[in-house]
Design a protein around this ligand. Sequence first.
Ligand code: ADP
Ligand code: MG
Length: 304
Amino acid sequence: STMPPLLASIANAGRHGVLVKSAEALERLAAADAVALDKTGTLTEGAPRVADVLPLGGEDRASLLALAAAAERPSEHPIARAVVAAAREEGLEPAEARDFSSVPGEGVRAVVGGDRVAVGSPARLLGRADGGPGTVTADDAHERAREEAERLEAQGRTAVVVLRGDRPAGVLGLADRMRDGAAAAVAALAARTGRPPVLLTGDAPAAARRTAEEAGITEVEAGLLPEDKVARVRAMEDAGARVMMIGDGVNDAPALAAAHTAVAMGRSGSDLSRRTADAVVVRDELEAVATAASLARRARRLVV
Ligand code: ADP
Ligand code: MG
């Protein structure tokens, strides 16, 4: 072909399912020598379903699900969608919630009926026995909720706790499927950069480690807020790496912006992450990222 190598390889990457936005973006893709990736919606499909409903403290299954769904209904988060869908599948119509608010990396709060309700991260809502952030309490119901959450997380589930007032009403376990080809993509990216890819996630350590293992990832940073993801990317860059960050969520946008090279998931990804990115994986096939990086390298060799 008579097409200049850069344009030819942008076109070629496009055929492999990666939309590279410019020649500069291609150059950054070629230069990346480390990979950081998000878990939910990037490594996994990001469409979790409620797999476990564990009522506590005299709550019953239906009232627990209905309560959680009422508080989650205004939220766009994949966990919220899964909880609302699970309630509907059981024929429950969630009540109207008032004073809704959502906290990134934590969950949602609302008033349902006369009760203050919170649904979200066990580490943030229950506190930790190890003296970490949150309210540490020796209370039995809290202890039970913590135990159930840990048991679910050890199975690779994302656990969320439901509080009615200050009392745990139960714990929900969410299961998310690994993307097809995730392990192959991780291996290809590791081979390309010569370093193990790092998983950055807001999910709990145990759940994250389980998913990481399945994908062949050994480096895991869990329990991260969006700004913590930024800090991790910056730390890698300060240590001399040119980081390719791959993410999908609104919560990944700051880390994408901080990274040398930003890659967004096209289908499941948020508008914000797509706009921030150098390259977009149009069919959400992670392996295409490694292919595009190889094409970018080859184009650079031809040009330089
Ligand atoms: P990730 O980095 O894996 O994409 P997020 O930052 O979106 O994750 O969420 C991190 C954690 O915050 C979740 O695992 C969950 O515990 C909690 N969380 C966030 N939003 C919600 C919500 N709407 N309902 C329940 N829990 C939530
Ligand atoms: Mg995500």
